[in-house]
Design a protein around this ligand. Structure first.
Ligand SMILES: NC(=O)NC(NC(N)=O)C(=O)[O-]
Ligand SMILES: [Zn+2]
Ligand SMILES: [Zn+2]
Length: 455
């Protein structure tokens, strides 16, 4: 038997342990795992001294194509994902035009994505006021889940995404439950955050600290609690995106114990950047919910160490540089969204595994295994026989400084520029094919495939 690819001598991260092993790949699948595999292969990769793990499944990415490809397109966005160690991503239904809220918009997304992706991908559909009748057709088209905003969205063209009113949230959950689907929620109280922002701006209070103060933790907790209450009424399965506070985590876990089928994600920036650092970095670090102070961040780290964070996602929400600039230094004016997906695996490995001794199996659970299970990407998320060979190599001892030149994004701004990261993704394989190699950069063709979802 001649294999297509052998990955030899690495420290392989399995579900429950890390073991030195060889991995054989044939036709894009993992076909053998053993201490030593002696058979021949077309290609052999020496992974000695490196961790071999499943590629990240980034369940929260905003590719802005079609319609706003000048913000970020499939090609540039997925090169960045591949270079950062992501092998599958789920695209959010907003920032492209039109927003993915009808089957027609879904078809436009699918067509625009064809032949441009370096990693595999699935799509979210949107729940917005007025599209209840479109939820079934989006399910039929293959969306992996639905997404809604309880906060006000940052874009406002006619074809853009709109946040839900209570009626839409409630009836949407009922319908999504009937469809056997899941609703993902951006949970912040729109009315309070909008009014606090207006108050601040009226007083000329427009710094990073003022922006953060306009979106206090309780506005996230409030939205989380209300959504959980609606979930209890409707039986809808929920997933909370980009949770920024330990208080929200606790509410979600409490509801889970009470029987709600609910998960949550958080993002590297909530663990790696504080409000004070946001003030120093400037608009590149603006996002919503905002980056929290040291005390809140420490509580979130505690939650992570206790295994309460189901998954990590990038919330890669890019924009052109002009939108991250304000003539009057008004933090409310600039785009809220972080360009960061390329550094997520190594940054979080550095912060969690290296600096805070989080077990590497826990890290892999958060970046790959749980997202695969929750979004039912059945061929993905784990190094076991018969799964797709979506595999990355990570060198735990290679430090580097993030520089614009290394970034594949359409626009090379990111809050992590100038940051030293003490480990590095060195190779990325999607279904056994190399898409990134540290020495050569992006390699091969855009081989990424759409993963249609069936309930
Ligand atoms: N329109 C956006 O991309 N928004 C995103 N922006 C952030 N997180 O700042 C998001 O996920 O809410
Ligand atoms: Zn959001
Ligand atoms: Zn987002």
């Amino acid at each position: 038997m001649k294999y297509d690819l052998l990955i030899k001598d690495g420290s392989v991260v399995f579900r429950d342990d890390v073991k030195r092993a060889d991995i054989a790949i044939q036709n894009g699948k993992i076909v053998a795992i053993a201490d030593k595999i002696e058979e021949a292969a077309d290609q052999a990769v020496d992974a000695a001294g490196q961790f071999v793990m499943p590629g990240m499944i980034d369940a929260h990415v905003h590719i802005c194509e079609p319609g706003r490809t000048e913000w970020e397109g499939f090609e540039t966005g997925t090169k960045a994902l591949a270079a950062g160690g992501t092998t599958t991503y789920i695209d959010m239904p907003l920032n492209a035009l039109p927003a993915t809220t009808t089957k027609e918009a879904f078809a436009l997304k699918l067509a625009a994505a064809e032949g441009k992706n370096y990693v595999d991908y699935a799509f979210y559909g949107g729940l917005v006021p007025g599209n209840l009748e479109n939820l079934q057709e989006l399910s039929d088209a293959g969306v992996v889940a639905y997404k809604c905003f309880m906060a006000t969205c940052g874009t406002d063209l006619p074809d853009d995404f709109k946040n839900v009113d209570d009626y839409t949230l409630y009836t949407g959950m009922k319908k999504i439950a009937e469809l056997g689907h899941m609703l993902a929620i951006h949970a912040e109280n729109a009315e309070i955050t909008d009014h606090l922002a207006q108050e601040k701006r009226k007083l000329g209070k427009v710094t990073a600290f003022d922006y953060v103060a306009s979106r206090p933790v309780f506005t996230e907790v409030d939205a989380v609690k209300r959504a959980l209450f609606f979930a209890k009424q409707t039986g809808c399965k929920l997933h909370f995106v980009h949770i920024s506070s330990a208080d929200s985590v606790e509410e979600i876990i409490k509801a889970r114990k009470e029987g709600v089928d609910v998960t949550l994600e958080s993002c590297p920036h909530y663990f790696a950047i504080t409000t004070r650092q946001f003030e120093e970095i400037g608009p590149a670090a603006k996002c919503s919910p905002p980056l929290r102070d040291e005390w809140e961040q420490e509580k979130l780290w505690e939650a992570l160490k206790q295994g309460k964070i189901d998954m990590l996602t990038s919330d890669h929400s890019p924009c052109p540089p002009a939108m991250k600039h304000s003539e009057t230094n008004d933090m409310f004016e600039v785009w809220g969204g972080i360009t960061g997906c390329q550094n997520n695996v190594d940054l979080m490995f550095d912060e969690a595994v290296k600096k805070r001794s989080v077990p590497i199996t826990e890290f892999v659970r958060m970046i790959a295994t749980t997202p695969a299970e929750r979004f039912r990407l059945r061929a993905k998320g784990e190094i076991v026989i018969a799964k797709d060979a979506d595999i990355i190599l990570l060198d735990p001892n290679q430090s580097y400084v993030v520089k614009p030149d290394n970034l594949y994004y359409r626009h090379k701004h990111s809050p992590y520029i100038h940051r030293t990261i003490h480990c590095r993704v060195t190779k990325t394989f999607v279904r056994g094919q190399a898409v990134f190699d540290l020495n050569e950069g992006i390699v091969g063709r855009p081989i990424g495939q759409f993963i249609p979802f069936t309930v």
